[in-house]
Design a protein around this ligand. Structure first.
Ligand code: HEC
Length: 137
């Protein structure tokens, strides 16, 4: 009876193949969109960070450490900044993945951090901001 309603097994099979190809394409698009943030839009989001952070080469530390070259850097490695003990022993290396989590909620990544920032809930803003941070080199 199943076969009669859905068509011959071959047709059903080809239908499933089409559906899974479509799903695979959709999944691919989503991954690409979330991974590749828009650095220009991210520069705008960074205004919220600039209250505490400079981002220029050779810039000084403010309330937070200078973020030039942050991608690839070990957490708490600016020699003159007074980091929290929690961040110092976090063992984090800043990359796209760790920075995305960090900007989404620093205190969830490193309980005891002294970065007083609740976090960005928008996935787009997170991705855009991280894309912007990656240009600081
Ligand atoms: C209210 C001030 C403040 C704001 C706003 C702020 N930060 Fe911070 N940030 C800090 C402080 C303070 C630290 C040091 C944290 C510690 O030692 O635990 C820090 C640390 C960091 C670090 C680790 C740097 C290192 O050298 O290991 C990154 C990355 C960072 N902030 C990114 C951001 C981004 C991106 C934003 C914007 C979404 C932001 N911060 C907003 C104060 C701030």
């Amino acid at each position: 009876m199943e076969g009669a309603r859905l068509g011959t097994p071959t047709k059903v099979l080809s239908m499933f193949r089409k559906i899974s190809i479509t799903l695979a394409i959709l999944a691919g698009t989503t991954v690409a969109a979330s991974a590749a943030g828009d650095a220009k839009a991210g520069a705008d989001v960074f205004k919220r960070c600039a209250v505490c952070h400079t981002d220029d080469k050779g810039g000084g530390d403010g309330l937070g450490p200078n973020l030039f070259g942050v991608v690839g850097r070990k957490a708490a490695s600016r020699p003159d900044f007074a980091y929290s003990p929690a961040l110092k022993k976090s063992g984090i290396t800043w990359n796209e993945a760790t920075l995305t989590k960090w900007v989404a909620g620093p205190a969830r990544v490193v309980p005891g951090t002294k970065m007083m920032f609740a976090g960005l809930s928008s996935k787009k803003q997170q991705a855009d901001l991280v894309a912007y941070l990656a240009t600081l080199k």
